[in-house]
Design a protein around this ligand. Structure first.
Ligand code: C5P
Length: 201
């Protein structure tokens, strides 16, 4: 039997960490859908046309550590505004959501477009400064030399593009539960998400 959990929200809101922890808790598989767009963005930076990159995407490309780079994130959000690129990635995500045994997908449009019939939907938000602080720490831990101000600029530019695009803009599904992690520890945010999903099973 399938059970789909959709976790959407802006970059560095905590959704990825929550998604991984929820998947581990329930024994579900997890797909970070941002990696699909990052893999396309990565190839765009290498001169490959966005649509071609999306159509030829294979899962082995999702393991590349360079996908975390800020340039790749910006290219990803540009690629993600192209409707044909999004369309090319839909089937893979829907099949993942409906595989046997349960799945957690995190992204921007999982609850609205990819899986509007998901059994559980969360929309995770946090204040931009907190998101920049967290993402900066993550990037530094991975060896990237960045400042909080640069990271905040990057997040704001992507929020703006992701929320205002015509196709599948970043927004909560009407039936999504809102989770504001600004003043929550990650453990509390995970516990809250697990409790909400537990009730829906
Ligand atoms: O989540 P992450 O920051 O890795 O996503 C990178 C970019 O991919 C986002 O800024 C967004 O433009 C795009 N994206 C999307 N839809 C998703 C996941 C990511 O448009 N479901």
């Amino acid at each position: 039997m399938s059970f789909a959990v959709a976790i959407d929200g802006p970059a560095a809101s905590g959704k990825g960490t929550i998604a991984r922890a929820v998947a581990a808790h329930f024994g579900f598989l997890h797909l970070d859908t941002g990696l699909l767009y990052r893999a396309v963005g990565r190839q765009m930076l290498d001169g490959v046309a966005a649509l071609k990159a999306a159509e030829m995407l294979t899962p082995d490309r999702l393991d590349d550590p360079s996908l975390r780079h800020a340039d790749v994130a910006q290219a990803a959000s540009k690629a993600a505004a192209i409707p044909e690129v999004r369309a090319a990635l839909v089937d893979f995500q829907r099949a993942f959501a409906r595989r046997d045994g349960g799945a957690v997908l995190d992204g921007r449009d999982i609850g609205t477009v990819i899986c509007p019939d998901a059994e559980a939907k969360l929309f995770v938000i946090a204040a931009p400064e907190i998101r920049a602080h967290r993402r900066c720490a993550e990037l530094r831990a991975s060896g990237f030399d960045v400042t909080e101000a640069e990271v905040l600029d990057d997040l704001r530019a992507r929020d703006e593009r992701d929320m205002n695009r015509a196709d599948a803009p970043l927004k909560p599904a009407e039936d999504a539960l809102m989770l504001d992690t600004t003043e929550m520890s990650i453990n509390d945010a995970v516990a809250k998400a697990v409790a909400v999903i537990e009730k829906l099973r």
